[in-house]
Write a protein that binds this ligand. Structure first.
Ligand code: C5P
Length: 356
């Protein structure tokens, strides 16, 4: 027997960076959003006298030893639970191995969920684990801590949907959800090193005289702005929250079906990714790809377009599938690889997590 788990990609709807910290990390205020597109992670596990892990993948670029995030996560979880087991993990890569989409981080959480099902570690069904009460105490809280040890953008995948990320990105809070929109990913053949992008940010921040205090103030202000924007997008009396628990268009809204719940949050008018300020000057083609995705001033314009994380993946969000298809066609004409998917709310994220 084995358990196959969907391992979804993410984008950053916005990402603000503070000043460097003594621990070598940076404080952040970001909004993560999970996407429908996914890898498949298959886990088989049974208790044994000694722990033995084996990992394989259909993609040669995926490390198959303790460098792999899924391996790290399973090893740390078994240690925390004081269990030993023989575990086999297979990662079927479908997502592009592309910076900014969190694919490796998602694989870690998918492997953990697979392990939990295989070893019967949870009395809840996987979809029940989506509920906030399970993140607050006991194993729910511990698995968030373990995820944070594996990487700053691993814990978000224990929540799914629209997620506020603070501290170094690992401090995660579920945000009210927005209705799914179409998402076009652009995948340029450029590699961006995240640690290097942070170092470049430090140089820029030093030039601009950004102090630790000013950075912290900015992030606090933005966290409040994110939270109130998403809360403000819920119409009075909860109207507009559909049976799926997801914010939908207000009935009778004058803007009609052309208005997106995402636009109603107001965030598309101000949300930004600070990494663009250091990555675009080094790779001007990425700025051009953002413009192609966005198509400002045209009928097919994106609701929002941005670099995801430190890149090099970029995304555009669209209400109508024809607008997303038009963006893919523009990218194709420019010789840039693209992929069309949709944003995935939390309820769907947990409901569809297990394949079998
Ligand atoms: O946590 P993660 O392994 O994803 O971080 C990779 C690197 O990115 C860190 O070693 C650090 O250099 C940088 N980083 C940072 N501030 C963050 C997250 C990551 O400086 N909030």
């Amino acid at each position: 027997m084995s358990t196959t788990v969907r391992s979804h990609a993410k984008i950053n709807l916005g990402l603000y960076i503070g000043a460097p910290r003594p621990d070598g990390f940076h404080s952040l205020a970001t909004v993560y959003q999970t996407l429908e597109i996914h890898d498949l992670v298959t886990v088989s596990a049974h208790p044994a006298a000694e722990t033995a892990l084996r990992l394989s993948s259909n993609d040669k670029r995926v490390p198959t030893d303790s460098r792999n995030t899924a391996w790290k996560m399973v090893a740390l979880a078994l240690e925390a639970l004081d269990l030993s087991a023989e575990v086999e993990i297979h990662i079927e890569k479908r997502l592009p191995v592309q910076g900014g989409l969190g694919a490796g981080s998602a694989n870690a959480v998918a492997a953990l969920v697979g392990l939990e099902v295989e070893l019967g570690l949870t009395s809840q069904s996987v979809s029940e684990l989506a509920h906030w009460r399970h993140w607050r105490a006991g194993w729910g809280a511990l698995r968030l801590e373990i995820a944070a040890k594996v990487g700053s953008d691993v814990p978000l995948f224990l929540i799914g949907g629209t997620v506020l990320g603070l501290d170094r990105g690992q401090q995660v809070y579920p945000l009210p959800e927005i209705e799914p929109v179409w998402c076009v990913l652009a995948m340029p053949e450029i590699g961006v090193s995240t640690p290097q992008a942070f170092r470049d940010w430090d140089a820029l921040a030093a030039d601009e005289g950004l102090t630790v205090k000013a950075g912290a103030d900015k992030l606090n202000e933005l966290s409040r702005a994110y939270a109130s924007a998403f809360a403000g997008a819920i119409p009075e009396g909860g109207q507009g929250v559909g049976s799926s628990g997801v914010l939908s268009e207000r009935e009778g809204d004058l803007a009609g079906p052309e208005e997106s719940a995402l636009v109603r949050t107001g965030i598309t008018s101000w949300i930004e990714n600070d990494f663009e300020r250091v990555v675009f000057p080094q790779h001007p083609s990425l700025r051009e790809i953002k413009r192609i995705l966005w198509a400002p001033g045209t009928p097919e314009a994106a609701l929002h377009a941005s670099l995801s994380g430190s890149g090099s993946a970029l995304f555009g969000l669209y209400l109508a599938p024809r607008d997303a298809e038009a963006a893919c066609a523009r990218l194709r004409a420019a010789g840039v690889r693209s992929l069309m998917t949709r944003t995935l709310p939390r309820t769907g994220y947990w409901r569809e997590m297990l394949l079998n």
